[in-house]
Ligand binder design. Structure first.
Ligand code: ARG
Length: 560
């Protein structure tokens, strides 16, 4: 129920549009909602108090509002709590609150995220793109959109020339079979180390990269094997995190499109030669120079992205395509969006870049093998062990314990990049992230588990018809009901701003209200009507929490 809008619509005063002027009060003793009349005073040349009183006389509010009060320049609205609670719980019970916008079903949003560079470890930075992307996908789906999840894997480029050369020169087939991605990572690091003393290695790498492009009978199959091994590993990790893609079409699929892109750009007179390379001058748009083709004739990250965007538009006819990467790639996306626009592709306006800040660990917490950043699987392992220690004393079977530990551990990891606005840098709080107290995912999971446990212990069937709304109209419950009612608004805001943290904050606030409810009110009492009413409220809350957890990639745990 859009209460603000309902209030605004029911005021008939000087033809003023009151939508946007109604706000929810923090202090509910002054009413649940209010309108401040100060901004109208200048326009109407009357005092705010006079205006507020006149408005009060021109309101036709049905059952929703029980009382309207004027205090200073404010009009305060008191909700008819019983009526309101009845409407909301009914909407939750019959799922009306979760109805998707049917008009959006035919609208497709392509989401390009995770998009890891293969043959290297996934490091903790990949958690951000993976989870922000996945959370956005789920939020758009909840709103009603058709979502296509694309993992645009980095399966092309000179690093593969380096690795194939290194493998053939000092590597071992047996080690490749046995150690997989670990071996590939070592090969790469070793190459870089040797190349500092033997610069000619770079030349060999280029040569081998060219061989890969030309499908050389020796180099190409090895490259394909590298891709296979690392793709299987990436899939395994993403499966663990419960993230699945519709497409894994990566960069290599677009390397041969370069000629086509170059000729289109030439036809439009957009290309210039600069030091042997082909570039588009974007200085007039303050976007620098955009490299399209290297001097040796090979494609670049940008040219492949241009080709991929055209291909995806032809395949999916998307209404939006969103790329999720670190903020460092901002210029790259601005540049190629502009080039597509200059090429005459109208769909360029449907592209957007969703960027985020840095994700890091406190130094020294987890050794970062050989690369610069900690490896994701190491962090996943570390987290599971940590939670296992916390729940070691619990009375569950070993299987149950490890299932719970995994859900708590991974949820804490997944929650980190979407807990705050995505542009903020985050340091993973190794000490507190798994704590059941504080602003953590474990706290929210605990809240959910507690509801499950109360419902299970009570073992009483309840339905909407059993509810006596006089038994659930305390201030504490009213705040909860107002929060439940905000569900659709919150989803819409998260969609508009492409910002999962809006859902995170909302879910966290709701969990706090639920815990406050437990501490101020008893659910199980001798008054069976009250008990049944409160149990039904919990059933509704549980339903909404489960949906919210899904949206922010937190696993549901029934008992903790
Ligand atoms: N593979 C790239 C990287 O690791 C990210 C790709 C993002 N998507 C894109 N279409 N450019 O930095």
């Amino acid at each position: 129920m859009d209460i603000k809008n309902l209030i605004a619509k029911n005021i008939n005063y000087n033809n003023i549009d009151f939508s946007g002027m109604v706000s929810e009060n923090l202090d509910k003793s002054m009413g649940d909602y209010s309108i401040a009349c100060f901004s109208l005073a200048k326009i109407l040349r009357k005092s705010p108090v006079q205006i507020a009183n006149e408005i009060k006389d021109n309101i036709s509010l049905g059952s929703l509002i029980s009382k309207v009060e004027v205090v200073n320049g404010y009009i305060n609205f008191f909700l008819n709590k019983n009526y309101f609670a009845r409407e909301i719980l009914k909407e939750i019970d019959n799922n009306q609150l979760f109805e998707k916008d049917k008009n959006l079903k035919s609208k497709t949003i392509c989401l390009d995220y995770s998009s890891v560079n293969l043959a290297k470890y996934m490091h903790i930075g990949h958690l951000s793109t993976t989870i922000i992307g996945e959370s956005l996908a789920r939020i758009f789906e909840e709103k009603g959109y058709n979502v296509v999840r694309i993992n645009y894997i980095g399966d092309f480029g000179t690093p593969f020339g380096k690795m194939v050369y290194a493998h053939l020169t000092w590597g071992s087939e047996k080690e490749l079979e046995e150690r997989g991605v670990d071996y590939l990572q070592d090969l790469y690091v070793e190459f870089c180390k040797r190349a500092t003393d033997e610069p000619e290695l770079e030349e060999h790498a280029r040569e081998y990269f060219k061989k890969i492009c030309d499908k050389d009978p020796v180099a190409y199959p090895i490259y394909l094997k590298f891709i296979d091994i690392s793709k299987i590993e990436a899939k395994r990790i993403l499966d663990e995190l419960n993230v699945h893609f519709d497409s894994w079409k990566g960069e290599s699929a677009y390397s041969d499109e370069l000629n086509n892109i170059v000729s289109q750009l030439n036809q439009k007179g957009l290309l210039k030669t600069s030091q042997g390379a082909q570039v588009v001058d974007l200085e007039p748009y303050d976007l620098g120079t955009c490299l399209i083709q290297k001097s040796d004739g090979t494609s670049l990250y940008t040219s492949r992205d241009i080709a991929a965007a055209i291909d995806r538009y032809n395949q999916y006819h998307f209404d939006q395509m969103i790329y999720v990467t670190a903020v460092q790639q901002k210029l790259h996306f601005e540049q190629f969006f502009k080039v597509l626009e200059l090429m005459g592709y109208d769909f360029a306006s449907k592209l957007s870049h969703v960027y985020y800040g840095m994700f890091s660990l406190p130094t020294g917490k987890i050794a970062s093998r050989k690369g610069k950043q900690a490896v994701l699987v190491d962090l996943m392992e570390y987290s599971k062990n940590k939670v296992n220690q916390i729940i070691a004393e619990r009375n569950y079977s070993e299987d149950k314990k490890s299932e719970i530990a995994k859900k708590i551990a991974y949820s804490a990891l997944k929650f980190t990049p979407i807990k705050n606005e995505r542009i903020k840098d985050t340091v993973f709080d190794v000490e507190n992230a798994f704590s059941f107290d504080g602003d953590t995912s474990a706290y929210m999971q605990y809240t959910y588990a507690r509801i499950c446990s109360i419902l299970k212990k009570a073992n009483i069937q309840t339905s909407f018809e059993d509810v006596d709304f006089d038994k659930i109209n305390s201030d504490c419950v009213s705040n909860l009901i107002i929060a439940l009612n905000n569900y659709s608004n919150i989803i819409s805001r998260a969609v508009e701003q492409k910002e999962p943290s809006i859902i995170s904050k909302y879910t966290m606030d709701m969990c706090k209200l639920i815990n406050k409810f437990y501490t101020t009110e008893k659910v199980m009492t001798d008054d069976i009507t009250s008990t049944k009413s409160k149990l039904f409220l919990l059933v509704c809350i549980k339903k909404i929490l489960k949906k919210l957890f899904h949206l922010i990639c937190i696993d549901v745990v029934d008992e903790m």
